[in-house]
Design a protein around this ligand. Sequence first.
Ligand code: GDP
Ligand code: MG
Length: 426
Amino acid sequence: MSKQTLKTTDSKPKKAMLVGVFTNTSTLDQENQMNELEGLVLTLGVNIVDRIIQYKKRVDVKYFIGKGKLKSIYEAALESRCTYIIFNNDISPSQIKNIQNFFKKDLIVMDRTGVILDIFNKHAQTKEAKTQVKLAQLEYFLPRLTRQWTHLERQMGGVGTRGGPGETQIEIDRRLIRNQIIKLKKDLNKIAKSRLNQNKNRKNIFKVSLVGYTNAGKSSIMNSIASSDNYVKDELFATLDTSTKKITIDKNNSFLLSDTVGFIRNLPDNLVASFRSTLGEIEHSDLLLKVVDVTSDELEIHIDTINSVLNHLKIDNKDFLIVFNKVDKLKDMIIIEKLKNAYENSIFVSAKSKLNIDTLIDDIETKIKEENIQINISVSYDQGKIINDIYNNCNIIRKDEKNESINFLVNGNKKIINKILSQIKK
Ligand code: GDP
Ligand code: MG
């Protein structure tokens, strides 16, 4: 859309310099944060020439980083033919504008949120996700427009590009963006309504969602459970959309399994809000599988991130299992004992070597059974549809055919049985 995105269409990869401004965090944390940013940027097909780290008690009001430092970054970046300067931090709109004006058209400045939005944009697949990303991007860009980004209208379809008398290019751009935002919001409303209908049809089946830090192996676990051909790739955020599959264990036990967007540390609040409806799948789940890469040095942070995003979405009261994945990569098995003690509801698997996946499915089955009840149902013969529903959805333990009705002793999902009971005519 505008110049301020990491374009990867050119044949020659663009180059970026990373900048991290830290107040007083540990060196290890800095490393990890910069590694993560590097991973994100590489995912977009942009190469990294250098990392610059600066300590600052207080950030500069005008330029975020000191002006002297900014100048040396500018010169070094031009020297190494960079296109982007990418900050690990989130920078205020006015600071971004000041930095961009300082760089003129020689370099493009981006912050962490901008990068995450680009990644979301690259991976969005459903109409809903695409619309959400576009909206989030425009809301992000609106307060950050500078004179450097002219002719936005071309990317925006050229609607109403001719401004009134005296309207500057920036004003035209702002007006176009505002109109687009209104339209996208309307579109999203429509999509949300049709999603609601879709969810109605899924009401009666046990729902499981894979949540977790990006790259933990959610899609791989989905694949090994479903043996499906979901999108598996060594990229951060390889799945943005939820994709859902029905898994049948046996006649009486099946569930829906949804793969969801990857979480990431410090996902800005407004982004979490933007993706609320995509994450809505989680809201309707009966069980969450919190997938964690067991080989990560930062697995505790990852678990905290998962919990804080869930908390933010007000869905932290769900039943869950912690699924520690990639045990095939572990050199020291002692960590498994430690984690077992620290996290009660945990299971250790490898999606890649299909290790313990059967146990995971057994655990899901146990959870499904916890949702089951055993009950007597009596139905008169003229209610054929209900008798059919009982045969199709319940496990029949005993059947007693009387003159006018059948008595069943059944075992099955609470929700399904309640629905059947509510339809029986006395
Ligand atoms: P997602 O972002 O959480 O959906 O993660 P993916 O399923 O896309 O996996 C991210 C990367 O980790 C891919 O390169 C996978 O091949 C790799 N991966 C996933 N599960 C395992 C595993 O059990 N063992 C190993 N060694 N690698 C895995
Ligand atoms: Mg994935």
